[in-house]
Ligand binder design. Structure first.
Ligand SMILES: [Mn+2]
Length: 589
């Protein structure tokens, strides 16, 4: 009896301990701010196509495994120059790479262990294109055909937004018919230019499936990209998913991993409304590869339900060509009851062009500025001034037209405020992109007492692209001469995403992390010094070239002025204003 009592006591003690453990686990689980999607019991399946992965691993040749390539033949180099000026990438290299080329695997190893429901719905895949280079487009389609389970493709809808190239009509139709048996294609040739957003709407209307995947015509789909993107939409009406976007660069068409790695990142924008990346919030290791909430999508590649796509608008119909629609849609999803998720086990590679040619609409309007101003007017509430103040010259003359309908729609969807977005959806946005990040100086960077200015070249010869030169100062300043010494201590174009880089004195996308893009202006000596190489920018008036040279205050050719605005207080208090870089010499000496 005593023994029995004792056993009972041990048992109760054990039971209590168990209850405590369960409670603690439960508490930890509940208090972790991770996303919870409903778990339904379904049969799972490994959707990886191991045979394809093995076959691809054996491929050899030009550009295989995502390798970068160059042209060697002089005639081809010459021919490529012309094509580059038009397409913004070295497309002749693309012609020489197989449309079925193999790609490196940048998915996290553990993605292989992930199984997805056996029964997934069929998807309508919608690709919008206008004047896309043929072999680039072909590779997008082949990678889609090769790396997507055909039983999950309802149809592929190609929306031709009134291209001017003949090969994108009959030859494309025949190519598709001959090369992709077993897949239904629906090619829609628009009779006039609709712009990216309205072309997507046309494609979505034509879609037969409730599940839409919208994509771009210069991508390479990777192994098992689709099932992970569909899964979060099952049993969920207002979830939108985006993959990790890997990078294929324009120069050699080399395939790079996303610079934030294989666990992904969150999307955001800065106050110039450029898409920017934020780090993920920490989560338990076990859920690192699960879909996670993200504030902003890049815009061109996403999966959404057809019903939801039309329920949210999907775009302000007045937006033209492209631009800012990614911000509009992200705000609509995140502020009006939806969820935007990045899915780490789905990767799609996108080719980034060297430049985008058409900045101006046929009518001459700055369409990107127009779109941005419309979106800001409708969504940014009291924060809109922060966008306009940074680009007064750009925004003050843009007439955005009537906003009544767009504003009414925001009310109808019962969306939360922009303040809510900053506090709850992207609480780290203001930390990374503070509102008072005003530039130290801006205008043309002009050599003292001379009519020559720094200019960043964006078009033309591929080998000279992004070169920084000295040119006659234009009046009013052309965009390529309109620069600022920003809050981030870089020297950037005010109207285009591009930063002066000490590497070969060139220009590249602004990375905000100092180093080669870290500059300081000395208001007294008027020298511009790069903080990585500790040298100053020096002009050569003979051949209008530039170089970095040892700083010498006595040299006239090292004296520069910002000819529109200089914030003397900020520059004289260099260490107190602007971004601080740890271990990176913020000080002049
Ligand atoms: Mn693109």
């Amino acid at each position: 009896m005593v023994l029995l009592k004792r056993k009972f006591w041990v048992f109760t003690q054990f039971a209590c301990a168990l209850i405590v453990v369960v409670l603690v686990i439960n508490f930890l689980y509940v208090s972790t701010p991770t996303l919870k999607l409903p778990i339904t019991q379904v049969d799972l399946k490994d959707w990886n196509n191991y045979e394809l992965i093995r076959e691809d691993s054996l491929r050899t040749g030009f550009g295989e495994h995502g390798k970068g390539e160059t042209l060697t033949d002089a005639n081809e180099i010459e021919e490529n120059k012309k094509l580059f000026a038009e397409f913004g990438m070295n497309v002749l290299i693309s012609d020489k790479i197989s449309v079925n080329r193999s790609i490196p695997e940048y998915r996290h190893q553990k993605c292989y262990q992930k199984k997805y429901p056996k029964d997934l719905p069929k998807v309508s895949i919608i690709i919008i294109f206008v004047d896309e280079y043929f072999s680039i487009f072909k590779r997008t389609l082949h990678s889609l055909y090769n790396r997507t389970p055909h039983e999950l493709i309802e149809e592929v809808i190609l929306v031709n937004d009134h291209s001017t190239k003949d090969f994108l009509y009959e030859p494309l139709r025949i190519y598709v018919q001959e090369n992709f048996p077993g897949i239904k294609f629906n090619i829609i040739n628009l009779k006039k230019r609709h712009g990216l957003m309205q072309a997507r709407v046309v494609g979505a209307k034509a879609a037969k499936s409730e599940f839409l995947f919208i994509s771009e015509p210069h991508c390479e789909m990777t192994y098992n990209w689709l099932p992970p993107l569909i899964e979060p939409l099952l049993n969920q009406e207002k979830v939108v998913t985006v993959p990790i976007i890997d990078n294929i660069e324009w120069k050699e068409l080399m395939y790079f991993e996303n610079d934030k790695g294989n666990k992904g990142c969150r999307g955001a924008f800065d106050w110039d409304l450029e898409y920017k990346k934020l780090n993920r919030f920490p989560v338990a290791e076990a859920s690192e590869l699960e879909p996670f909430l993200t504030p902003v999508m890049t815009g061109g590649i996403f999966m959404i339900r057809k019903t939801y796509f039309f329920e949210i608008g999907p775009y302000d119909p007045e937006l033209v060509i492209w631009g800012a629609e990614n911000i509009e849609m992200s705000l609509k999803i995140n502020l009006c009851g939806g969820q935007l998720l990045e899915v780490p086990c789905s990767h799609i590679a996108h080719i980034y062009r060297a430049f985008t040619k058409a900045r101006k609409h046929e009518s001459g309007i700055d369409f990107e500025g127009f779109n941005r101003k419309r979106v800001v007017e409708v969504w940014f509430d009291d924060y809109k001034q922060h966008v306009y103040e940074r680009h007064k010259r750009r925004y003050e003359n843009i007439d955005v037209g009537d906003l009544t309908e767009a504003k009414k729609f925001r009310k109808k969807l019962k969306c939360k405020s922009f303040d809510y977005f900053l506090k709850n959806v992207a609480p780290d946005l203001l930390v990374n992109f503070p509102l008072d990040q005003y530039p130290f100086a801006y205008g043309q960077i002009q050599l003292l007492d001379e009519n020559v200015c720094l200019e960043i070249l964006f078009e033309g010869d591929p080998n000279k692209n992004y070169e920084v030169i000295l040119n006659e100062c234009s009046k009013p300043p052309v965009d390529t001469q309109y620069l600022e010494l920003s809050w981030y201590r870089d020297i950037r174009l005010r109207e285009i995403d591009g930063c002066l880089d000490a590497y070969k004195l060139s220009s590249s996308s602004c990375h905000l992390s100092g180093g080669n893009q870290h500059f300081k202006y000395d208001i007294k000596s008027k020298q511009i010094m790069n903080m990585a190489n500790k040298q100053c920018i020096e002009a050569n008036l003979e051949d209008l070239s530039l170089k970095f040279a040892k700083c010498d205050e006595s040299l006239k050719q090292q004296k520069w002025i910002f000819n529109e605005f200089v914030n003397e207080t900020a520059i004289s208090n260099w260490s107190r204003f602007g971004r601080s870089f740890q271990g990176d010499g913020v000080y002049w000496n």
